[in-house]
Design a protein around this ligand. Structure first.
Ligand SMILES: [Zn+2]
Length: 386
């Protein structure tokens, strides 16, 4: 029931009865129980012209469970405070130069952004955890980043570093940014009823996350879904992961800039897009070529996972209108007819904040799974945050 309220928003008792299949008295008991935990509240319905007394509406209480969400990627770092029901209290994102800042410096920078956001939350809020999205191969159990090739990180105990620097006594969960982007698009972006979804995000590399039957596909330790490092061209280029011919060497940002002959800085993609819009044939060809390779890789994934929806994020969202036909054409060359005909390819609904919002969803999932234990009393704020 809490999941229904968190994802679907406020609902009347009869809507909750219908959605959960529980009887009315059980629903009433659960509302009372969640109300005592300060996770939901009943408010009078807006008066309508219909006869009869309007039944009250159950609302999720954002202040009853707040997640501190963070994103650490190549071009930027971001922090947000998000409450139950998906209410975003505040968010901030700052650009990060590509100077290969150390993990320690990055953690200090992101923690500095978090202080003012926590200070501006309403009085009496309950912080239920910290979630961080990182562009790397991450072990879920302890938030250990084995490899973040495009950040230049190897073997970084990121959750431990964040917990130490934040010093607020709540659990820190770390996961791959594309896995979290997939979670957010599934919960907050995709049309209701979508249960099989792929999220493919174009960054310096390619991130990908898979939702199967409404559940994130994680693998044994959380490493599943590294589609950016699957083989697409055996005669291709060396990848930063150490292998040759990975998907991202043909369809990632660096491949786009290389094909368009544009210098590799943060504004490179915009430059390519502007040139293409002005009719520069090199830029137009580069975007189409990257779209075709992207589509070929998507075709492989469509054959593996039979998704209903493929959501394109990151730079692919920005280029979507310019290369959608090339992506679909590339996909058709690889996908088998039956799964290929079922799939719809769309741009991200959440845009640049998909993974950041997914980091909040990761934390709030814990509250939904265990409303009594999944959150903590507001921690005394220690020094070092501001
Ligand atoms: Zn690779």
């Amino acid at each position: 029931m809490l999941e229904r309220l968190h994802v679907g928003g406020p609902a009347s008792r009869s809507e909750l009865t219908a959605a959960t299949g529980l009887n009315r008295s059980t629903v009433a008991d659960l509302i009372a129980e969640l109300g005592e935990l300060e996770l939901v509240e009943e408010r009078p319905a807006v008066v309508t012209s219909r006869p009869g007394r309007p039944s009250p509406v159950v609302h999720p209480r954002p202040d009853g469970a707040v997640a501190l969400a963070m994103e650490l990627v190549v071009d930027s770092i971001a922090v947000a405070t998000v409450g139950l029901g998906g209410h975003v209290y505040n968010r901030v994102r700052v650009a990060r130069p590509r100077d290969r800042f150390s993990p320690e410096e990055t953690v200090q920078d992101v923690v500095k952004l978090a202080g003012p956001l926590l200070d501006s939350l309403p009085a009496g809020y309950r912080l239920c955890g910290v979630g961080a999205a990182v562009a790397g191969i991450t072990r879920r159990a302890d938030g250990f980043v084995h490899l973040a090739p495009n950040l230049g990180w190897r073997d970084v105990p990121l959750a431990a570093l964040l917990a130490e620097e934040l010093d607020i006594g709540t659990a820190v969960a770390v996961a791959n940014e594309a896995d979290l982007g997939a979670l957010a698009e599934y919960r907050r972006g995709a049309p209701p009823g979508t249960e099989h979804l792929l999220y493919i995000s174009g960054e310096v590399g390619i991130g990908s996350g898979v939702i199967v039957d409404g559940e994130p596909l994680l693998g044994a330790a959380g490493y599943a879904g590294e589609a950016g490092h699957t083989l697409i061209n055996p005669a291709g280029r060396a990848c930063r992961c150490g292998a040759v011919g990975c998907w991202e060497t043909e369809a990632g940002e660096l491949a786009l800039l290389r094909r368009a002959r544009v210098r590799g800085d943060a504004s490179g993609v915009d430059t390519v897009a502007e040139r293409a819009d002005a009719g520069d044939p090199t830029a137009v060809r580069a975007i189409a070529e990257v779209g075709r390779w992207l589509g070929i890789g998507i075709g492989n994934l469509v054959n593996l996972f039979n998704p209903e929806l493929v959501v394109l994020g990151g730079l692919y969202e920005r280029l979507f209108d310019r290369f959608a036909s090339s992506v679909r054409e590339g996909m058709r060359t690889r996908a088998l007819a039956a799964p290929g005909e079922l799939v719809t390819i769309v741009p991200s609904a959440l845009g640049i904040d998909a993974a950041l919002l997914g980091a909040a969803e990761l934390v709030l999932s814990g509250v939904i799974a265990d409303p009594a234990d999944g959150r903590q009393r507001p921690a005394a704020r220690a020094g070092g945050m501001t």
